[in-house]
Ligand binder design. Structure first.
Ligand SMILES: Nc1ncnc2c1ncn2[C@@H]1O[C@H](COP(=O)(O)OP(=O)(O)O)[C@@H](O)[C@H]1O
Ligand SMILES: [Mg+2]
Length: 393
């Protein structure tokens, strides 16, 4: 089996995080709560979190900001993005690699980060030597990990994950440090072989790891509900849920001030940005970035900047459209002007379109409003469909 090598893994560095979080708006209460949990980390049982919310809402941004402010020599962040991973074995490797890289980066101590990742095809003598050195430095579990990794079979993947978590724990104990382990885009785990077993393994390891805080984050509402919020779910009651909401107008204003500190604008401008982006911070930032350096911002400037954002998201839109059936596209076509009543949608079909609507809702493409009407959730998708006047019939 082919596992990714340490060299191909991304390391989180302080400077990298700083670059990413040059602006951090809104989300003050969330950040405060996370930071309080970090400060309590070595004193009592860790508080774990799950951060939920649609794509682009600012989950990763909040997490990186938190890691940036909470990490230190003795509080090492490990952050894994599961989006491009395909198995628990890869997660295991990323955890161990993240630990080694993170420790080197934040403690400033020298450490052999490649020691664990000797390939299965290495010479037997070389292999034994590496294993011994890892064992000497990191303990017996680590030596076992190296051996297990080399003899990997599919059925051992969850085992490897359990061992990786044990390594983290033992390392934290030995060095008298705490760890913050972030598993971002956790919904990807639904596609792994032995998905449920892996989550159960994480759960049982979590309960014994006093020095480790876990933060999960993901965008698939169905998966997140099933695995974290449902009574009896794998990680139920183990984590404090954080639902990320759209930015309020005050958050939009904060961003506008940060990106265009000298520009004059009035209230209608803020309202327009908020309305057109639906308060989704990614779209707010992108719209602001496309406004250029003006000393006055008008509502028209907002509209034309947003228009450019829509154009630049063609690939994203195309990806969504490629997944849809013609009937689903017809339904979305009814909603390009805003909210639509069920009756109007049903009029297009010979049979009740309830199942079609349900799949679109489940995919988070549409939402039901308080008045029982339907609306396209993503403002850029909606605008793109409206511009190209997608055929409704
Ligand atoms: N609190 C925030 N302050 C400033 N910009 C933000 C904030 N949250 C999100 N953004 C912007 O939105 C973009 C997308 O956010 P991200 O955290 O990647 O979303 P998610 O992880 O939920 O998909 C970020 O790259 C950043 O430009
Ligand atoms: Mg993210």
């Amino acid at each position: 089996m082919q596992l990714i090598h340490a060299a191909s893994m991304q390391t989180i560095t302080k400077s990298g995080m700083l670059r990413k979080i040059s602006v951090f708006a809104d989300r003050k209460a969330e950040l405060k709560e996370l930071l309080a949990s970090a400060n309590a980390l070595s004193r009592r049982k860790p508080q774990n979190f799950v951060i939920l919310g649609p794509r682009r809402i600012g989950k990763t941004h909040l997490i990186i900001k938190y890691l940036l402010e909470s990490s230190s020599k003795s509080r090492i962040p490990i952050c894994i993005d599961t989006l491009f991973l395909t198995s628990w074995a890869e997660v295991a490797d990323m955890l161990v690699s993240g630990l080694l890289h993170g420790y080197r980066e934040f403690s400033g101590k020298r450490i052999d980060v490649d020691a664990f990742f000797i390939g299965a095809r290495a010479k037997a003598t070389e292999f034994r030597e590496k294993m011994k050195s890892v064992e000497a430095e990191f303990g017996a579990t680590a030596g076992y990990y190296v051996a297990l990794r080399a003899s990997m079979e599919k059925k051992n993947e969850v085992n490897l994950l359990i061992n990786a978590l044990k390594i983290l724990h033992e390392f934290a104990e030995k060095k008298k440090i705490t760890l913050i382990v972030v598993i971002d885009e956790i919904q990807q785990a639904a596609k792994f072989a032995n998905s449920a077993e892996g989550l159960a393994a994480i759960r049982s390891e979590m309960q014994f790891h006093d020095r480790i805080q876990y933060i999960f984050s993901g965008s698939s509402p169905t998966f997140m509900r099933e695995e974290f919020l449902r009574k009896g779910a794998a990680l139920w009651k183990q984590v404090t849920p954080f639902e990320m909401r759209e930015f309020p107008p005050e958050g939009v204003e904060e961003l506008l001030r940060a990106f265009h500190p000298a520009a004059r604008h009035d209230e209608s401008c803020i309202r327009r940005i908020h309305e057109i982006t639906q308060g989704i911070p990614d779209y707010v930032v992108k719209t602001l970035n496309r406004m250029g350096d003006t000393d006055r911002i008008s509502v028209d400037d907002v509209d034309s900047a947003f228009e450019k954002v829509v154009e630049s998201e063609i690939r994203f839109i195309q990806q969504i459209m490629d997944e849809l059936t013609p009937d689903q596209i017809r339904i979305l076509g009814t909603m390009t002007g805003g909210t639509v009543r069920y009756k109007e949608i049903a009029a297009l079909f010979e049979y009740p379109p309830t199942a079609l609507l349900r799949t679109l809702e489940k995919e988070e493409l549409i939402a039901k409003t308080g008045r029982g009407e339907y609306v396209i959730r993503d403002p850029v998708l909606r605008a793109a469909l409206e511009r190209s006047r997608f055929p409704v019939q």
